[in-house]
Ligand binder design. Structure first.
Ligand code: 26M
Length: 795
């Protein structure tokens, strides 16, 4: 949009007066932010209404991305950028005596997710708007987001995330679009005169689902899509006891803070059905305003199932088509499969959802009937050709459990993994039986990120340098970063690249100094590992690397200075992950208080990692630690964000790391460790002995001993637990097996750091090659191959 500074300043002052009956300069920073957010919302609201009207008028096929998590991050900066008015607004703010960064920081960061899966969902919404795809989000408006993390005596402490304490400026409550979601009760199937069946429900618990819509503003294209989040409320007029009201409100009260284990709790099942049913119902209601024949649904609607949490969309859509529309089974099934598609995000067995049939049929009796029928027909259809054994292994119901990943594959026309390796492993192991039956459904869609947030907004100095070097086209199409490689031999450019990195390091160092009172010299390597705390992600291997350096420096060896920066939340119930957090804080205490380590080696665990903190850390990173055991990390996305900011990846051949190496070149990063097939062989042969490695490698021996010999303060029981996982339980994630090659790889980076020019060249290769990991391309591949939804303004 076009906006002059003068007009903006007048609008802003008017908005402040309108909202708070006061002058801007008298308002609190929060009020200044709120006035600005409401003003900006007004700027795009016409386009928002227009976008919807256009989709309807042109009868465009729309995609609905069903996800139990979204992590949009703060929206003021990204809305301004995408509207094309960020510079103007910032100039206006400055002229009004306000600091833009301070105003931005007043915005709450909605933590409605755990990590990669939720952030990916939000990146996709941003990307779809930006390439002009008709794509909407469907999820849950949790009253409390992911807990706020503090450290007390080195332990993680969880505090509630009351993000709605102040009104959320970007959302709009759409009371007129509320729907009713039914739980429990009993269901009777009655024959209609025409022979079709009618489902009659008795004694159900009804819940009102109220949508709150948030605009997803596209980049410089006037497109504004919608993220719709549902809130549970008692049905008005129903006579409710306080207890009933509390049970209803509980449905959308909290986000489950676990991304590793399926708790199998009834409340979680309620959450899943709540937003899935509300989403399906509102899609069908909208569809029926324009069409009377539901058989046309797949021509106008695609529903994507983000992991299995909304997999009961298969059953819910069947329910609506059978019971509400009176369709026969085969027609309803055909439409369901054509409409739905599914992404798997994990190979970890413990993260695969199953529901006890008994719980499922208590809570969702009609869906349980339909699930039984899906199972019966699946077995009947494929047993003759594939044999009872195979079909039994991959049927949706077995041993009294509903297996949601299998249900999702069976009820979708497309299923994908999130990196080439991951998609291959899905076909070869986790879903191999269903791959036999439905090979044509399987495909890969490597994840992506939004460079608008992670480069343009988070790294203004790098962005400005790129602009002056190759122009601004990369901001629309990040593949246009490739020509930057022409500067590989340009010492002046490489120096400017280092200078931009230094500014970012200064900013992060200032934050760390205020938050933790630690000094981070700017000439040190900033070595970053930011992701959820998980055994398979092997933060422990990183800790072992730190201890190796500590012992070497103690021993008089000289190493380039390194700052080890961690950000990680642990699931509150995940004992091992919490022990590793305590360990990292203990190692930090040991090293940061040792005068011999000052300026050389420090450990910085910044609490409360999330989208906003990532925006501070990522631009400052020199090394990106991506060290999961090969074959365990589905894709990873912090690897892409760090690469695009010029960090060098230190990585195993896992997830998207492999594709990052293909893109940037083998000399632009460092890899190490067992490959997926080596891991598989080692595990199959039962030949692995952590104890033998411990006995054979003196450094490793020393480091493992440090866990239990009191060298590290405050970790007596946690150190014992971790040591026992390694030695007694034989090191599930092969930390000891990869230790030596990890250290060797890390030393290669130390050596490269001594040649600043070569380091800068490697950083440049990463930046130049990062464009292909833009989510703008990922969503277009989904649109082309899976959803049949095309971009209108895309690249
Ligand atoms: C399930 C049941 C009960 C409670 C919570 C869950 C649950 C929530 C989130 C399970 C898994 C969840 O997220 C998994 C996840 O974030 N996976 C990551 O997805 C990213 C995007 O595809 C990938 O980049 C990561 O490799 C993958 O770990």
């Amino acid at each position: 949009m076009t906006l002059s500074k003068k007009r903006f300043m007048a609008d802003y002052q008017a908005e402040a007066l309108h909202l708070f009956a006061d002058k801007l300069e008298h308002l609190s920073t929060l009020q200044q932010y709120q006035a600005l957010a409401f003003l900006i919302k007004g700027y795009y609201s016409t386009n928002w209404a227009q976008t919807k009207a256009t989709y309807d008028r042109q009868q465009q096929k729309q995609l609905y991305y069903f996800s139990i998590e979204f992590m949009p991050g703060r929206l003021l900066g990204s809305n301004l950028l995408n509207l094309g008015i960020k510079d103007t607004v910032e100039a206006g703010l400055s002229e009004l005596g306000l600091d833009p960064e301070t105003v931005y920081a007043a915005e709450v960061d909605p933590g409605l997710g755990n990590g990669g899966l939720g952030r990916l969902a939000s990146a996709f919404l941003d990307a779809m708007a930006s390439v002009g795809m008709a794509g909407n989000g469907n999820g849950i408006r949790y009253q409390y987001g992911l807990f706020q993390q503090r450290f007390v005596d080195g332990y993680q402490v969880e505090l509630p995330d009351d993000w709605l304490r102040n009104p959320y400026a970007w959302e709009t409550r759409k009371e007129n679009r509320a729907v009713i979601v039914r739980f429990g009760g009993t269901v009777n199937l009655m024959s209609r005169p025409d022979g079709s069946l009618e489902a009659v429900y008795h004694d159900t618990d009804d819940v009102l689902a109220v949508p709150y819509d948030t605009a997803m503003v596209g980049y410089h294209n006037q497109v504004v899509n919608t993220m719709r989040l549902w809130s549970a409320e008692p049905v008005p007029g129903g006579a409710h006891s306080l207890e009933e009201k509390a049970r209803v409100n509980a449905i959308t009260q909290i986000l489950y803070p676990d991304d590793s284990d399926t708790a199998g709790r009834e409340l979680r099942l309620r959450q899943e059905y709540f937003f899935t049913s509300a989403g399906v119902q509102s899609i069908i209601t909208h569809f029926r305003r324009y069409h009377h024949d539901l058989r046309l649904l797949p021509q106008f609607v695609a529903i994507h199932i983000n992991d299995t949490h909304p997999a009961m969309a298969v059953l819910e859509l069947m329910r609506v088509l059978l019971d509400d529309a009176g369709m026969d089974w085969d027609t309803a099934w055909q439409i369901t499969v054509k409409t739905l598609s599914y992404t798997n995000h994990t190979l970890m067995a413990e993260a695969l959802e199953t529901w006890p049939q008994s719980m499922f049929s208590q809570l969702l009796p009609r869906l349980a009937q339909i699930a039984g029928e899906v199972d019966r027909r699946f077995r009947a259809a494929y047993t003759r050709r594939f044999g009872e054994l195979l079909v039994d292994r991959c049927a949706p119901i077995a041993d009294g459990q509903l297996r949601m990943a299998y249900l999702a594959v069976i009820g979708s026309h497309a299923v994908n993994g999130v990196a080439k390796l991951h998609s291959k492993l899905l076909q070869q192991s986790l879903l191999k039986d269903l791959y036999m039956i439905f090979p044509e459904r399987f495909n890969n869609k490597t994840n992506g990120i939004t460079p608008r947030r992670w480069v343009q907004i988070a790294n203004p100095d790098l962005s400005a340098l790129i602009d002056t070097t190759i122009g601004t086209n990369w901001r629309r199409d990040p593949r246009e970063l490739v020509p930057l490689v022409a500067q590989l031999e340009d010492p002046q450019f490489l120096t400017q690249l280092q200078a931009a990195k230094r500014v970012n390091k200064q900013r992060l160092a200032a934050l760390v100094h205020t938050e933790l009172g630690l000094e981070m010299p700017l000439d040190a390597i900033y070595d970053v590992q930011i992701k959820r705390l998980h055994a398979y992600k092997r933060q422990l291997l990183h800790v072992f690397g730190i201890l190796e350096a500590y012992l070497a420096i103690k021993n008089g060896e000289s190493r380039p200075p390194r700052m080890h920066i961690f950000g990680a939340k642990a699931a509150p119930s995940y004992r091992y992950a919490k022990a590793v957090i305590r360990l990292i804080n203990g190692v930090a205490e040991l090293i940061n208080h040792d005068p011999e380590m000052a300026g050389k080696l420090q450990v910085v665990f910044i609490p409360n990692y999330g989208v906003s903190l990532a925006e501070q850390i990522i631009p400052a990173a020199d090394i990106s630690e991506q060290i999961s055991l090969a074959g365990t990390e589905a894709s990873g996305t912090s690897n892409m964000k760090l690469m695009s900011n010029g960090a060098l990846t230190l990585a195993t051949l896992d997830g998207a790391n492999i594709e990052i190496q293909e893109a940037a070149g083998a000399d632009a990063m460092v890899t190490f460790g067992l490959t997926t097939s080596e891991v598989a062989q080692l595990q199959a042969s039962h030949a692995y002995s952590a104890k033998a490695l411990y006995a054979a490698n003196p450094t490793l021996h020393r480091i493992v001993d440090m866990l239990t010999d009191g060298s590290i303060p405050g970790i007596a029981s946690e150190g014992r637990e971790i040591a026992s996982e390694l030695l007694e339980y034989n090191d599930t994630y092969l930390v000891l097996a990869d230790f030596a090659s990890y250290i060797a790889a890390s030393k290669r980076l130390d050596a490269l750091w001594q040649k600043p020019q070569q380091w800068a060249q490697a950083a440049l290769k990463n930046i130049a090659a990062s464009g292909q990991f833009s989510a703008d391309f990922t969503v277009q591949r989904y649109g082309r191959d899976v959803w049949d939804v095309l971009p209108t303004t895309g690249i």
